[in-house]
Design a protein around this ligand. Structure first.
Ligand code: ZN
Ligand code: ZN
Length: 356
């Protein structure tokens, strides 16, 4: 029996365990990859805990979403194609080539999936979230169409684009066009927030303010191209945000998604303001209802992105316009420790686990 090593979540809230598993044989359209990199994402902390905090509505439990333990987390995956199912086209997934995996796979049958908008599927079956992902030496992907050619981009840099980059790219598209002098605020300067600043800059957003409660992370946001930064823990944060933006804050991309960030956003946005939430920190948002009509506000969520958007984003990265976020590399065997460090707020930028 040929085996591979998988760093599995065996029990919610507990450290990951290294386990030897039988190497699967790809069937049908499936592609087997040797994992070269796996990015560690903030949402892995929630998955490891087993729930998302829904504030007044209680908890969203991972079991209720279809997750069965033991399972390897890790949804930012870069791997080398090593074997194909009998129905997969070898030209679409050449053995020996490295590909970035689009992990946001849906049911395959619904309108959204057929149209290539798998992230809008109501029965998502994402890699590393509902079933085995990249915290392992090998991973199985459903179809060659979920593989993206990265050209000669740096493996460490490119891996987080499949979640953190894609998530903010989609959210920035939803934040929409701005007129000269109008501002975009990015809440949070973690992996998502830093990518949001860098990608927004490359997409042509001109006025960007980064908001976080950690001055070290704000410094990183300046390096990504933020025009201004604000420590959101200041008592006068709202006044400051209005001052920085000249009261022209038209859009907010919230990569935190906490009661405090939503409060600041809703108060600081001007008429016609657009508030896009991607962060899953949790809790309840409260706001005066008359503001929706009176301020003509748009409040909307956005969840990851689709494979075409990931391809577009990688093309944008290939132009060299997107600044690299700080990425540090650790061994795959340090997956569990890395999750602990991320939870403790000890990581600036992104950690990418490597098998090489
Ligand atoms: Zn993620
Ligand atoms: Zn579907």
């Amino acid at each position: 029996m040929t085996t591979y090593t998988s760093y599995d979540l065996v029990e919610f809230g507990k450290p990951l365990m290294a386990r030897e598993r039988e190497l699967p044989e790809p069937a049908g359209m499936q592609v087997l990859l040797r994992v070269r990199r796996a990015g560690v994402c903030h949402s892995d902390i929630h998955i490891q805990e087993g729930f998302f905090d829904l504030g007044d509505e209680g908890k969203l439990r991972m079991e209720d979403r279809g997750m069965v333990l033991p399972m390897a987390m890790g949804h930012e995956i870069l791997g080398e194609v090593i074997a194909l199912g009998p129905d997969a086209d070898p030209e679409e997934a050449p053995v020996g080539e490295t590909r970035l995996v689009h992990p946001w796979i849906g049911c395959g049958d619904c309108r959204a999936c057929i149209d290539g908008r798998e992230n809008e599927c109501t029965r998502m079956n994402a890699l590393g979230v509902i079933r085995d992902g990249g915290y392992a030496t090998h991973v199985l992907v459903d179809h060659p169409k979920f593989l993206v050619d990265i050209g000669d981009l740096d493996p460490d840099i490119v891996t987080p684009y499949s979640c953190s980059g894609l998530t903010v790219y989609n959210a920035l598209l939803k934040a929409g066009a701005m007129n000269p002098g109008e501002w975009l605020a990015v809440m949070g300067a973690g992996g998502l927030g830093l990518n949001a600043v860098a990608i927004a800059r490359a997409m042509g957003f001109e006025k960007i303010v980064s908001v976080d409660i950690d001055d070290r992370k704000l410094q990183a946001a300046v390096e990504m191209g933020a025009d201004a930064v604000l420590n959101g823990s200041r008592e006068d944060a709202l006044e400051e945000l209005r001052k920085i933006t000249g009261n022209q804050l038209l859009a907010v991309v919230d990569t935190v998604g906490a009661p405090s960030t939503s409060r600041l956003a809703i108060h600081a946005l001007i008429k016609m303001g657009r508030y896009v939430v991607v962060g899953l920190y949790g809790g309840t948002m409260s706001m005066p209802l008359p503001w929706l009509p009176q301020k003509y506000l748009t409040v909307r969520g956005s969840y990851v992105g689709n494979c075409n958007q990931l391809r577009d984003l990688i093309e944008l990265v290939k132009t060299g316009k997107v600044k690299d976020i700080p990425v540090s590399s650790r061994s795959l065997s340090e997956a569990s420790q890395t999750l602990d460090d991320l939870k403790a707020g000890k990581i600036t930028g992104r950690v990418v686990l490597t098998t090489e």
